[in-house]
Design a protein around this ligand. Structure first.
Ligand code: SF4
Length: 172
């Protein structure tokens, strides 16, 4: 039975919590920033193409400016030399922001166990979802997107994100 404003105005109004409305807007319009350095970035291109159609999740507006993006997707091998660049771009994204670590290289260095390669980007930036694979299948990326949507759904604008207190190796 309808109560409050819905009882008075019928189907012409919907009442909801502000948290729910904001979460709905966020999860329906992610703007990804691709930090692509290697073959995983090519795999991401297939996710964005018509066959897998990332726009079904409202995430097709790929931006190459961190100031216009709220979802960073790190796709590829990250060397120690690139680490500070990745960190700077992450810092330039405004809050709230989320991170997907795509593929074995970004998650753990992959098979590049050597002196040049960072053994996982979570040493310098917080990661919300890890995607396994070398490269991951497009379905893996879509699954990661849905997991990010799930995270967004359960967040509140009056609570700090769990990544707020993250301290990486490059943080002072
Ligand atoms: S995980 Fe595999 S496909 Fe992805 S960047 Fe590394 S080597 Fe390339």
């Amino acid at each position: 039975m309808a109560v409050g404003a819905e009882a008075i105005f019928g189907d012409s109004v919907i009442t909801t919590k502000l948290d729910n409305a904001i979460s709905w807007a966020r999860e329906s319009s992610m703007w990804p920033y691709i930090f692509g350095t290697a073959c995983c970035a090519i795999e991401f291109m297939s996710v964005a193409s018509s066959k897998y159609d990332i726009s079904r999740f409202g995430a097709e507006v790929v931006r190459f400016s961190p100031r216009q993006a709220d979802l960073m997707i790190v796709a590829g091998t990250i060397s120690y030399k690139q680490g500070p660049i990745l960190k700077r771009i992450y810092d330039q994204m405004s809050e709230p922001k989320w991170v997907i670590s795509m593929g074995a290289c970004a998650c753990s260095g992959g098979f590049y166990d050597n002196y040049t390669t960072m053994q996982g980007i979570d040493a310098i930036i917080p990661v919300d979802v890890y995607v396994a694979g070398c490269p991951p299948r497009p379905e893996g990326i879509l699954d990661a997107l849905m997991k990010i949507q799930e995270i967004q759904k359960n967040e509140s604008i009056i609570k700090d994100r769990t990544t707020k207190n993250f301290k990486g190796r490059l943080d002072a």
